[in-house]
Write a protein that binds this ligand. Structure first.
Ligand code: LLP
Length: 442
Protein backbone atom coordinates (compact mmCIF):
# COMPACT_ATOMS: atom_id res chain seq x y z
CA UNK A 1 0.00 0.00 0.00
CA UNK A 2 1.40 3.43 -0.99
CA UNK A 3 2.53 5.78 1.74
CA UNK A 4 0.51 8.97 1.79
CA UNK A 5 1.29 12.49 2.93
CA UNK A 6 -0.75 12.24 6.14
CA UNK A 7 1.72 9.55 7.27
CA UNK A 8 4.66 11.94 7.17
CA UNK A 9 5.87 13.83 10.20
CA UNK A 10 7.34 16.67 8.16
CA UNK A 11 6.48 18.63 5.01
CA UNK A 12 7.59 16.89 1.80
CA UNK A 13 10.05 19.64 0.85
CA UNK A 14 11.83 19.75 4.21
CA UNK A 15 15.58 19.35 4.00
CA UNK A 16 18.83 20.55 5.50
CA UNK A 17 20.55 22.97 3.13
CA UNK A 18 24.26 23.59 2.54
CA UNK A 19 24.34 26.15 5.40
CA UNK A 20 23.16 23.44 7.75
CA UNK A 21 19.78 25.15 8.23
CA UNK A 22 16.42 23.52 7.66
CA UNK A 23 14.50 24.66 4.64
CA UNK A 24 10.94 24.14 3.47
CA UNK A 25 9.67 24.92 -0.03
CA UNK A 26 13.21 25.98 -0.90
CA UNK A 27 13.12 28.69 1.82
CA UNK A 28 15.76 28.72 4.54
CA UNK A 29 13.86 28.78 7.83
CA UNK A 30 16.43 31.02 9.51
CA UNK A 31 16.00 33.52 6.68
CA UNK A 32 12.22 33.35 7.03
CA UNK A 33 12.58 34.19 10.70
CA UNK A 34 14.84 37.10 9.91
CA UNK A 35 12.33 38.41 7.41
CA UNK A 36 9.06 37.81 9.26
CA UNK A 37 9.87 37.26 12.94
CA UNK A 38 8.43 34.61 15.23
CA UNK A 39 6.19 32.90 16.10
CA UNK A 40 5.61 32.16 12.46
CA UNK A 41 3.25 29.64 10.92
CA UNK A 42 4.69 28.29 7.67
CA UNK A 43 2.55 26.40 5.14
CA UNK A 44 4.24 24.32 2.45
CA UNK A 45 2.23 24.57 -0.75
CA UNK A 46 3.84 21.48 -2.31
CA UNK A 47 2.76 19.34 0.64
CA UNK A 48 -0.77 20.70 0.43
CA UNK A 49 -1.02 19.94 -3.29
CA UNK A 50 0.47 16.47 -2.67
CA UNK A 51 -2.14 15.69 -0.05
CA UNK A 52 -4.90 16.80 -2.38
CA UNK A 53 -3.49 14.54 -5.10
CA UNK A 54 -3.38 11.62 -2.66
CA UNK A 55 -7.03 12.14 -1.81
CA UNK A 56 -8.08 12.45 -5.44
CA UNK A 57 -6.18 9.32 -6.46
CA UNK A 58 -7.27 7.35 -3.43
CA UNK A 59 -10.98 7.99 -3.98
CA UNK A 60 -10.95 7.76 -7.78
CA UNK A 61 -12.36 4.23 -7.53
CA UNK A 62 -15.79 5.52 -6.55
CA UNK A 63 -17.46 7.42 -9.33
CA UNK A 64 -19.27 10.11 -7.37
CA UNK A 65 -17.01 11.46 -4.64
CA UNK A 66 -17.10 15.00 -3.32
CA UNK A 67 -14.27 16.16 -1.11
CA UNK A 68 -15.11 18.93 1.31
CA UNK A 69 -12.24 20.42 3.28
CA UNK A 70 -13.16 20.89 6.95
CA UNK A 71 -12.43 24.62 7.31
CA UNK A 72 -12.40 24.43 11.07
CA UNK A 73 -8.93 22.90 10.83
CA UNK A 74 -7.57 25.98 9.01
CA UNK A 75 -9.58 28.76 7.48
CA UNK A 76 -7.65 31.38 5.55
CA UNK A 77 -8.44 32.90 2.18
CA UNK A 78 -5.21 31.74 0.50
CA UNK A 79 -5.55 28.11 1.58
CA UNK A 80 -9.24 28.20 0.57
CA UNK A 81 -8.20 29.39 -2.90
CA UNK A 82 -5.69 26.52 -3.25
CA UNK A 83 -8.14 23.89 -2.03
CA UNK A 84 -10.78 25.23 -4.34
CA UNK A 85 -8.31 25.05 -7.27
CA UNK A 86 -7.69 21.44 -6.26
CA UNK A 87 -11.40 20.72 -6.64
CA UNK A 88 -12.36 20.65 -2.98
CA UNK A 89 -15.59 21.96 -1.56
CA UNK A 90 -15.80 23.18 2.04
CA UNK A 91 -17.39 22.11 5.28
CA UNK A 92 -18.04 25.33 7.22
CA UNK A 93 -19.36 25.88 10.73
CA UNK A 94 -19.85 29.61 11.26
CA UNK A 95 -20.63 32.91 9.56
CA UNK A 96 -16.89 33.61 9.69
CA UNK A 97 -15.99 30.47 7.76
CA UNK A 98 -18.86 30.99 5.29
CA UNK A 99 -17.71 34.56 4.68
CA UNK A 100 -14.05 33.58 4.31
CA UNK A 101 -14.71 30.96 1.63
CA UNK A 102 -17.21 33.24 -0.11
CA UNK A 103 -14.67 36.07 -0.25
CA UNK A 104 -12.08 33.59 -1.54
CA UNK A 105 -14.24 33.06 -4.63
CA UNK A 106 -15.23 29.50 -3.77
CA UNK A 107 -18.18 27.96 -5.64
CA UNK A 108 -20.76 28.24 -2.86
CA UNK A 109 -22.73 25.30 -4.24
CA UNK A 110 -19.80 23.17 -3.01
CA UNK A 111 -20.14 24.40 0.57
CA UNK A 112 -21.86 22.51 3.37
CA UNK A 113 -22.87 24.28 6.58
CA UNK A 114 -22.55 22.18 9.74
CA UNK A 115 -22.98 22.82 13.44
CA UNK A 116 -25.15 22.00 16.42
CA UNK A 117 -26.39 25.53 17.14
CA UNK A 118 -26.40 27.61 14.00
CA UNK A 119 -27.96 31.00 14.62
CA UNK A 120 -30.74 32.74 12.72
CA UNK A 121 -28.19 35.20 11.31
CA UNK A 122 -25.78 32.47 10.24
CA UNK A 123 -28.49 30.41 8.54
CA UNK A 124 -29.80 33.55 6.82
CA UNK A 125 -26.30 34.39 5.58
CA UNK A 126 -25.90 30.82 4.30
CA UNK A 127 -29.11 31.21 2.28
CA UNK A 128 -28.17 34.65 0.98
CA UNK A 129 -24.73 33.52 -0.17
CA UNK A 130 -26.07 30.32 -1.78
CA UNK A 131 -24.44 27.68 0.44
CA UNK A 132 -25.12 24.34 -1.30
CA UNK A 133 -26.15 22.14 1.61
CA UNK A 134 -27.06 22.60 5.23
CA UNK A 135 -26.58 19.68 7.55
CA UNK A 136 -29.43 20.01 10.03
CA UNK A 137 -28.44 18.90 13.48
CA UNK A 138 -31.63 18.91 15.58
CA UNK A 139 -35.40 19.52 15.71
CA UNK A 140 -35.01 23.14 16.75
CA UNK A 141 -32.92 23.84 13.66
CA UNK A 142 -35.36 22.07 11.32
CA UNK A 143 -38.06 24.45 12.44
CA UNK A 144 -35.86 27.55 12.38
CA UNK A 145 -34.40 26.79 8.96
CA UNK A 146 -37.80 26.09 7.44
CA UNK A 147 -39.05 29.49 8.68
CA UNK A 148 -35.99 31.26 7.29
CA UNK A 149 -36.29 29.41 3.98
CA UNK A 150 -39.98 30.40 3.79
CA UNK A 151 -39.15 34.05 4.40
CA UNK A 152 -36.58 33.90 1.59
CA UNK A 153 -39.10 32.04 -0.63
CA UNK A 154 -36.50 29.32 -1.10
CA UNK A 155 -36.31 25.58 -0.84
CA UNK A 156 -33.17 24.67 1.07
CA UNK A 157 -31.18 21.52 0.31
CA UNK A 158 -30.40 19.69 3.51
CA UNK A 159 -28.81 16.61 5.02
CA UNK A 160 -29.68 15.20 8.42
CA UNK A 161 -26.76 14.90 10.81
CA UNK A 162 -27.12 11.66 12.69
CA UNK A 163 -25.30 10.07 15.61
CA UNK A 164 -24.41 6.59 14.45
CA UNK A 165 -23.39 5.30 17.90
CA UNK A 166 -19.77 4.53 17.13
CA UNK A 167 -17.01 5.06 19.66
CA UNK A 168 -13.53 5.77 18.35
CA UNK A 169 -10.39 5.43 20.37
CA UNK A 170 -9.43 9.04 20.21
CA UNK A 171 -9.38 11.77 22.84
CA UNK A 172 -12.77 12.07 24.56
CA UNK A 173 -13.13 15.75 23.57
CA UNK A 174 -12.80 14.96 19.90
CA UNK A 175 -15.16 11.98 19.76
CA UNK A 176 -18.47 12.89 18.19
CA UNK A 177 -20.23 9.82 16.86
CA UNK A 178 -21.03 8.04 20.12
CA UNK A 179 -24.60 7.87 21.40
CA UNK A 180 -24.56 10.43 24.18
CA UNK A 181 -23.26 13.26 21.98
CA UNK A 182 -24.30 16.87 21.59
CA UNK A 183 -24.23 16.45 17.80
CA UNK A 184 -26.97 15.20 15.52
CA UNK A 185 -30.17 13.18 15.64
CA UNK A 186 -30.16 9.96 17.56
CA UNK A 187 -31.00 6.98 15.32
CA UNK A 188 -34.36 6.72 17.12
CA UNK A 189 -35.24 10.32 16.18
CA UNK A 190 -34.69 10.07 12.44
CA UNK A 191 -38.22 8.96 11.52
CA UNK A 192 -39.80 11.83 13.38
CA UNK A 193 -37.45 14.28 11.64
CA UNK A 194 -38.21 12.77 8.24
CA UNK A 195 -41.96 12.87 8.84
CA UNK A 196 -41.72 16.54 9.75
CA UNK A 197 -39.69 17.31 6.62
CA UNK A 198 -42.08 15.40 4.36
CA UNK A 199 -45.30 16.68 5.89
CA UNK A 200 -44.66 20.07 7.47
CA UNK A 201 -41.37 21.59 6.44
CA UNK A 202 -42.13 22.12 2.79
CA UNK A 203 -39.24 24.54 2.28
CA UNK A 204 -36.67 21.88 3.10
CA UNK A 205 -35.51 19.22 0.64
CA UNK A 206 -33.73 16.27 2.22
CA UNK A 207 -30.92 14.78 0.10
CA UNK A 208 -29.13 12.45 2.47
CA UNK A 209 -27.55 11.58 5.77
CA UNK A 210 -24.43 12.96 7.41
CA UNK A 211 -22.29 11.69 10.29
CA UNK A 212 -18.86 12.36 11.72
CA UNK A 213 -17.37 9.87 14.13
CA UNK A 214 -14.36 11.67 15.58
CA UNK A 215 -10.96 13.09 14.84
CA UNK A 216 -7.35 11.86 14.80
CA UNK A 217 -8.69 8.35 14.05
CA UNK A 218 -6.21 5.53 13.42
CA UNK A 219 -8.74 2.70 13.08
CA UNK A 220 -10.33 1.78 9.78
CA UNK A 221 -13.16 -0.49 10.94
CA UNK A 222 -15.07 2.46 12.43
CA UNK A 223 -15.59 3.81 8.90
CA UNK A 224 -16.91 0.43 7.77
CA UNK A 225 -19.38 0.43 10.66
CA UNK A 226 -20.40 4.03 10.09
CA UNK A 227 -21.09 3.46 6.39
CA UNK A 228 -23.08 0.31 7.05
CA UNK A 229 -25.30 2.24 9.51
CA UNK A 230 -25.83 5.14 7.10
CA UNK A 231 -26.66 2.90 4.14
CA UNK A 232 -28.96 0.74 6.22
CA UNK A 233 -30.84 3.86 7.35
CA UNK A 234 -31.16 5.08 3.76
CA UNK A 235 -32.61 1.71 2.73
CA UNK A 236 -34.98 1.72 5.69
CA UNK A 237 -36.21 5.25 4.98
CA UNK A 238 -36.87 4.27 1.37
CA UNK A 239 -38.90 1.29 2.48
CA UNK A 240 -40.85 3.19 5.13
CA UNK A 241 -41.39 6.56 3.41
CA UNK A 242 -40.58 5.85 -0.25
CA UNK A 243 -37.81 8.41 0.23
CA UNK A 244 -34.91 8.22 -2.24
CA UNK A 245 -31.87 9.69 -0.51
CA UNK A 246 -28.86 9.91 -2.78
CA UNK A 247 -26.15 11.53 -0.66
CA UNK A 248 -24.07 10.14 2.17
CA UNK A 249 -21.59 12.30 4.03
CA UNK A 250 -19.26 10.38 6.33
CA UNK A 251 -17.44 13.36 7.88
CA UNK A 252 -13.69 13.53 8.39
CA UNK A 253 -11.37 12.19 11.04
CA UNK A 254 -8.35 10.51 9.45
CA UNK A 255 -5.34 10.87 11.74
CA UNK A 256 -1.85 12.24 11.17
CA UNK A 257 1.62 11.53 12.51
CA UNK A 258 2.51 13.97 15.26
CA UNK A 259 5.35 11.85 16.65
CA UNK A 260 7.46 8.95 15.40
CA UNK A 261 5.28 6.51 17.36
CA UNK A 262 2.04 7.58 15.60
CA UNK A 263 1.08 5.27 12.74
CA UNK A 264 -2.03 6.60 11.02
CA UNK A 265 -3.42 4.57 8.12
CA UNK A 266 -2.73 6.05 4.70
CA UNK A 267 -5.31 7.96 2.71
CA UNK A 268 -5.23 5.03 0.26
CA UNK A 269 -6.00 2.48 2.95
CA UNK A 270 -8.85 4.56 4.36
CA UNK A 271 -10.23 5.19 0.87
CA UNK A 272 -10.20 1.44 0.17
CA UNK A 273 -12.08 0.69 3.37
CA UNK A 274 -14.60 3.46 2.68
CA UNK A 275 -15.20 2.59 -0.97
CA UNK A 276 -15.32 -1.19 -0.34
CA UNK A 277 -17.65 -0.79 2.62
CA UNK A 278 -19.91 1.47 0.64
CA UNK A 279 -20.02 -0.87 -2.36
CA UNK A 280 -20.71 -3.83 -0.05
CA UNK A 281 -23.47 -2.04 1.85
CA UNK A 282 -25.10 -0.76 -1.34
CA UNK A 283 -25.36 -4.39 -2.50
CA UNK A 284 -26.43 -5.72 0.87
CA UNK A 285 -29.23 -3.18 1.36
CA UNK A 286 -30.15 -2.82 -2.33
CA UNK A 287 -29.93 0.96 -2.74
CA UNK A 288 -28.78 3.01 -5.74
CA UNK A 289 -25.13 4.15 -5.28
CA UNK A 290 -25.33 7.50 -3.49
CA UNK A 291 -22.96 10.43 -3.98
CA UNK A 292 -20.24 10.12 -1.35
CA UNK A 293 -19.07 13.20 0.57
CA UNK A 294 -16.01 13.22 2.82
CA UNK A 295 -14.84 16.08 5.04
CA UNK A 296 -11.19 15.70 5.98
CA UNK A 297 -9.51 18.59 7.77
CA UNK A 298 -6.49 17.56 9.81
CA UNK A 299 -5.23 14.93 7.33
CA UNK A 300 -5.20 17.59 4.59
CA UNK A 301 -3.55 20.53 6.28
CA UNK A 302 -1.69 19.33 9.38
CA UNK A 303 1.54 18.07 7.79
CA UNK A 304 1.71 21.13 5.52
CA UNK A 305 2.28 23.41 8.49
CA UNK A 306 5.14 24.05 10.89
CA UNK A 307 5.52 26.75 13.52
CA UNK A 308 8.80 28.56 14.04
CA UNK A 309 9.63 29.99 17.44
CA UNK A 310 12.65 31.77 18.86
CA UNK A 311 14.11 30.28 21.99
CA UNK A 312 14.49 32.74 24.88
CA UNK A 313 15.04 31.94 28.52
CA UNK A 314 16.02 28.57 29.97
CA UNK A 315 15.73 27.26 33.48
CA UNK A 316 17.31 24.22 35.05
CA UNK A 317 15.27 23.16 38.05
CA UNK A 318 17.75 21.83 40.62
CA UNK A 319 17.36 18.04 40.46
CA UNK A 320 14.46 18.60 38.03
CA UNK A 321 13.70 19.37 34.42
CA UNK A 322 15.38 21.81 32.14
CA UNK A 323 12.80 24.22 30.74
CA UNK A 324 13.52 26.02 27.50
CA UNK A 325 11.03 28.79 26.75
CA UNK A 326 9.86 29.93 23.33
CA UNK A 327 8.10 33.12 22.29
CA UNK A 328 4.74 31.42 21.65
CA UNK A 329 2.76 28.61 23.23
CA UNK A 330 -0.81 27.88 24.20
CA UNK A 331 -2.27 30.91 22.40
CA UNK A 332 -0.88 29.88 19.01
CA UNK A 333 -1.11 26.12 19.71
CA UNK A 334 -3.64 25.25 22.43
CA UNK A 335 -3.60 21.53 21.60
CA UNK A 336 -0.98 20.34 24.13
CA UNK A 337 -2.74 22.06 27.03
CA UNK A 338 -6.26 21.11 25.84
CA UNK A 339 -5.77 17.53 24.68
CA UNK A 340 -2.33 16.57 26.02
CA UNK A 341 -1.35 16.52 22.33
CA UNK A 342 2.23 15.56 21.55
CA UNK A 343 4.43 17.26 18.97
CA UNK A 344 7.85 16.78 17.40
CA UNK A 345 10.37 19.53 16.82
CA UNK A 346 13.91 20.29 15.68
CA UNK A 347 16.26 23.22 15.88
CA UNK A 348 16.04 24.89 12.46
CA UNK A 349 19.37 26.73 12.47
CA UNK A 350 22.66 24.94 12.01
CA UNK A 351 23.86 23.25 15.24
CA UNK A 352 27.09 21.42 14.54
CA UNK A 353 28.46 18.76 16.89
CA UNK A 354 26.32 19.83 19.84
CA UNK A 355 25.44 17.17 22.35
CA UNK A 356 21.80 16.25 22.78
CA UNK A 357 19.96 17.42 25.88
CA UNK A 358 16.54 16.38 27.11
CA UNK A 359 14.51 19.53 27.67
CA UNK A 360 10.91 20.59 28.08
CA UNK A 361 9.65 23.30 25.75
CA UNK A 362 7.67 25.86 27.71
CA UNK A 363 5.40 28.49 26.21
CA UNK A 364 5.49 32.16 27.17
CA UNK A 365 1.96 32.36 28.56
CA UNK A 366 1.12 32.78 32.22
CA UNK A 367 -0.02 29.24 33.01
CA UNK A 368 1.99 26.33 34.34
CA UNK A 369 0.12 24.14 31.85
CA UNK A 370 1.56 26.07 28.93
CA UNK A 371 4.05 23.40 27.93
CA UNK A 372 4.41 22.70 24.22
CA UNK A 373 6.59 19.57 24.31
CA UNK A 374 7.66 17.50 27.30
CA UNK A 375 11.05 15.81 27.35
CA UNK A 376 12.38 16.29 23.85
CA UNK A 377 15.99 15.72 22.84
CA UNK A 378 17.56 18.76 21.16
CA UNK A 379 21.16 19.73 20.42
CA UNK A 380 22.04 22.18 23.20
CA UNK A 381 19.10 24.55 22.65
CA UNK A 382 20.04 28.14 23.45
CA UNK A 383 18.72 31.66 23.36
CA UNK A 384 18.28 32.79 19.75
CA UNK A 385 17.94 29.29 18.30
CA UNK A 386 14.90 28.67 16.13
CA UNK A 387 12.59 25.84 17.07
CA UNK A 388 10.58 24.26 14.27
CA UNK A 389 7.52 22.40 15.55
CA UNK A 390 6.07 19.98 13.00
CA UNK A 391 2.49 19.20 12.07
CA UNK A 392 0.93 22.45 13.21
CA UNK A 393 -1.11 23.18 10.08
CA UNK A 394 -4.39 21.97 11.58
CA UNK A 395 -6.19 23.25 14.68
CA UNK A 396 -3.38 25.63 15.64
CA UNK A 397 -4.06 28.98 13.95
CA UNK A 398 -7.77 28.09 13.77
CA UNK A 399 -7.86 27.66 17.56
CA UNK A 400 -5.46 30.50 18.38
CA UNK A 401 -6.39 33.14 20.93
CA UNK A 402 -5.14 36.49 22.16
CA UNK A 403 -4.53 35.19 25.67
CA UNK A 404 -2.30 37.50 27.69
CA UNK A 405 -3.16 40.13 25.06
CA UNK A 406 -0.57 38.70 22.72
CA UNK A 407 -0.96 39.35 18.98
CA UNK A 408 -1.88 36.37 16.78
CA UNK A 409 1.03 35.14 14.69
CA UNK A 410 1.77 35.65 11.05
CA UNK A 411 1.36 32.92 8.44
CA UNK A 412 3.39 32.55 5.27
CA UNK A 413 3.15 30.09 2.43
CA UNK A 414 6.33 28.79 0.80
CA UNK A 415 6.86 27.28 -2.62
CA UNK A 416 9.70 27.14 -5.16
CA UNK A 417 12.02 29.21 -2.93
CA UNK A 418 9.42 31.99 -2.53
CA UNK A 419 7.58 33.01 0.60
CA UNK A 420 4.37 35.03 0.74
CA UNK A 421 2.42 36.32 3.70
CA UNK A 422 -1.08 34.83 3.83
CA UNK A 423 -2.08 36.12 7.27
CA UNK A 424 -0.55 39.29 8.66
CA UNK A 425 0.77 39.42 12.18
CA UNK A 426 -1.64 41.31 14.41
CA UNK A 427 -0.39 44.67 15.61
CA UNK A 428 -0.76 46.23 19.04
CA UNK A 429 -3.34 48.56 17.50
CA UNK A 430 -5.26 45.53 16.19
CA UNK A 431 -5.43 44.32 19.76
CA UNK A 432 -7.18 47.43 21.01
CA UNK A 433 -9.16 48.11 17.85
CA UNK A 434 -12.35 46.56 19.23
CA UNK A 435 -12.10 48.14 22.68
CA UNK A 436 -14.41 51.01 23.55
CA UNK A 437 -14.04 53.27 26.58
CA UNK A 438 -17.47 54.82 27.25
CA UNK A 439 -17.41 58.63 27.33
CA UNK A 440 -18.56 58.74 30.95
CA UNK A 441 -15.32 57.04 32.00
CA UNK A 442 -13.13 59.60 30.31
N1 LLP B 1 -16.68 17.06 9.77
C1 LLP B 1 -17.23 17.36 10.95
C2 LLP B 1 -18.68 17.37 11.07
C3 LLP B 1 -16.42 17.66 12.05
O1 LLP B 1 -16.98 17.95 13.21
C4 LLP B 1 -15.01 17.62 11.91
C5 LLP B 1 -14.13 17.93 13.04
C6 LLP B 1 -14.47 17.32 10.65
C7 LLP B 1 -15.33 17.02 9.61
C8 LLP B 1 -12.99 17.29 10.38
O2 LLP B 1 -12.33 16.33 11.15
P1 LLP B 1 -10.77 16.04 10.89
O3 LLP B 1 -10.63 15.40 9.54
O4 LLP B 1 -10.07 17.33 10.96
O5 LLP B 1 -10.41 15.13 11.98
N2 LLP B 1 -9.81 20.69 17.77
C9 LLP B 1 -9.60 19.27 17.75
C10 LLP B 1 -10.31 18.60 16.60
C11 LLP B 1 -11.80 18.84 16.59
C12 LLP B 1 -12.47 18.23 15.41
C13 LLP B 1 -13.88 18.69 15.32
N3 LLP B 1 -14.59 18.23 14.18
C14 LLP B 1 -8.10 18.98 17.72
O6 LLP B 1 -7.32 19.92 17.70
O7 LLP B 1 -7.69 17.84 17.76
Amino acid sequence: MNESTNQLLKPVTLKTNECGNLEIGGCDLAELVEKYGTPLYVIDEATLRNVCDDYKKAFSKYKNVNMMFASKSLCTMATSVILSQEGFGFDVVSAGEIYTVYKSGVDMKKVLFNGNNKSFDELSLALELGVGRISVDNFFELDLLNEIAKSHSKTVDILLRITPGIECHTHEYIQTGHLDSKFGFDLTQIDEAVELILNSYTNLKLHGLHAHIGSQIFETKVYHDEIEILVKEIARLDEKFGLKLDEINIGGGLGVKYTESDCPPSTFEIADVIVNSLTESIKKYGIEPPALFIEPGRSIISTCGVTLYTIGSSKQVPKGKKYVAVDGGMADNPRPSMYQAKYSAEIANCKKDESLQTVTIAGRFCESGDILIKDIELPNPQEGDILCVYNTGAYNYSMASNYNRVQKSQMVIVNNSKSDIIVNRETLDDLISHDVVPDRLK
